[in-house]
Design a protein around this ligand. Structure first.
Ligand code: SAM
Length: 306
């Protein structure tokens, strides 16, 4: 029977080790690779290539052996002569196809989150909640083998799904999953970056402050403006500076030289991104001019009042 556990067992017996399941480097499809098949009307499927297996759709059956060894970018035909392109899936494709039972973060926001929060090789990043693991996948990809993602989730069924999704990409070893309501706080301190994707991040800014190193990166995403203002207030009283709020609008174009124009539809709103950095106030000599420039002067007032 074709399922992930059996595939892992088979690959282990064939190769003596688990194969990298997401290969972006080679020129030809290999056994164990994740592959994307794109058929007519942009119908696409992501599968893991295993010798002896078959892939079945309403457009016919394709043997995995007919794909293994083929150059990426080739056309493949099902037994009903239905055509497909054989491609290496990008992180974008994998995230969009994440099996989910929650709202997920999408590549549009994830791209800015990664660069704004300095998420790269060797970084230790914390997140909550794990949800379906879409952001977790991107974080795990970015931190590399030397980095670490610690992901908190309060609901066991969500954690299980996210673990399965990370395993599908072969990235599970870079993630430490923790089942906990973050109201109880994080175990870690001094982490480089922390992202909250849950309804009420404003309730957990003190916990964030304790886990994040001074000068580290905080981020969150919220769909409504009243949630955003609640976060801004919480950040101000917890000594965060460089607070930024932004929204990303992405418009696709019809890539036709003769009638180049925007596509008819666009997603008008996903959420507001908030970024901020915890700073040290009152523990050393300080410049009120610099505090004022970074919008921190009110925070100093609030801190002195506490
Ligand atoms: C919108 S989903 C996160 C989606 C995720 N970022 C993704 O890209 O797939 C929010 C998740 O936060 C979890 N959650 C909500 N409050 C929480 C809390 N206080 N502690 C831990 N997890 C929490 C929920 O159970 C839910 O799974």
């Amino acid at each position: 029977m074709y399922n992930d556990v059996n595939v892992d067992r088979y690959l282990l017996s064939q190769y003596g080790r688990k194969l990298l399941t997401w290969n972006l480097h080679g020129t030809n499809a290999q056994e164990g690779d994740l592959a994307e098949l794109v058929g007519l009307r942009h119908k696409h499927f992501i599968i893991r290539l295993v010798s002896g297996s078959t892939f079945q759709t309403h457009r016919g059956v394709i043997k995995h052996d007919d794909m293994i060894g083929k150059p990426w970018g080739s056309q493949i035909f099902s037994h009903m002569k239905s055509p497909f392109f054989l491609l290496q899936p990008a992180l974008d494709d994998l995230i969009r196809s994440t099996p989910r039972i929650t709202q997920i973060l999408y590549p549009k926001e994830i791209g800015l989150i990664l660069v704004t929060m300095g998420i790269g090789p060797g970084v230790h990043v914390l997140e909550a909640g794990t949800g379906s693991g879409s952001l977790t996948s991107a974080l795990a990809f970015a931190v590399g083998n030397e980095g670490m993602v610690t992901s908190y989730e309060s609901r066991p069924e969500m954690q299980e799904l996210a673990q399965k999704n990370l395993k599908r990409l072969g990235l599970e070893s870079r993630v430490q999953f923790k089942l906990r309501d973050i109201a109880e706080g994080f175990d870690e301190t001094g982490v480089d970056a922390l992202f909250l994707d849950l309804q009420n991040p404003f309730d957990y800014i003190q916990q964030v402050r304790k886990a994040l190193k001074p000068g580290g990166f905080f981020g969150t995403l919220l769909p409504t403006t009243n949630q955003v203002t609640a976060v801004l207030t919480a950040l101000r009283v917890n000594q965060f500076a460089f607070i930024e709020v932004c929204e990303l609008m992405l418009r696709y174009y019809k890539a036709e030289p003769d009638r180049f124009r925007p596509t008819d539809r666009m997603i008008a709103h996903t959420g507001y991104l908030i970024f901020a950095r915890p700073i040290l106030i009152g523990e050393q000599e300080q410049s009120s001019e610099l505090l004022s420039e970074t919008g921190t002067i009110e925070k100093l007032d609030a801190w002195e009042r506490n």
